[in-house]
Design a protein around this ligand. Sequence first.
Ligand code: HEM
Length: 124
Amino acid sequence: MTTFFEEVGGSDTFAELVSIFYANVSVDPILRPMYPAEDLKGAAQRLQMFLEQYFGGPTTYSDERGHPRLRMRHAGFHINPAAETAWLACMETAVQGLRIEQAKKDQLWAYFTMAAESLINQLD
Ligand code: HEM
């Protein structure tokens, strides 16, 4: 049985997704101040490892960082609906830019919209 991770091209695809996403974050006025000031590389690695694991690839994320517990890990950030919209906008162009089937893009997008909404922790 193949996994979603393999079907979309493995690590290369997730590396590309995360690279475009963080290029977008680096110029986003709401998101940029929330992420580590010096270097987005560590954040990019954590997101890539998490997504690879989530979609059936290597479990490096949990090996290195333990259980994902995303809501808890985002509790220290002010995530209101505007931040959610900004995050999804950065991710949307990244997903669209991938050279994978549209049905696969739709699957990624369905996950991201669901997950982003679940991480809202402020209403202002
Ligand atoms: C709703 C809008 C979101 C905002 C504003 C946000 C913001 C952040 C910030 C500021 C960090 C810290 C960066 C770092 O790792 O140093 C972070 C970490 C992370 N985010 Fe988000 N995030 C959002 C949604 C999501 C979604 C939808 C996912 C998953 C699909 C996600 C997955 C992660 C992961 C895996 C980490 C690293 C956790 C760790 O191991 O420490 N985030 N996020």
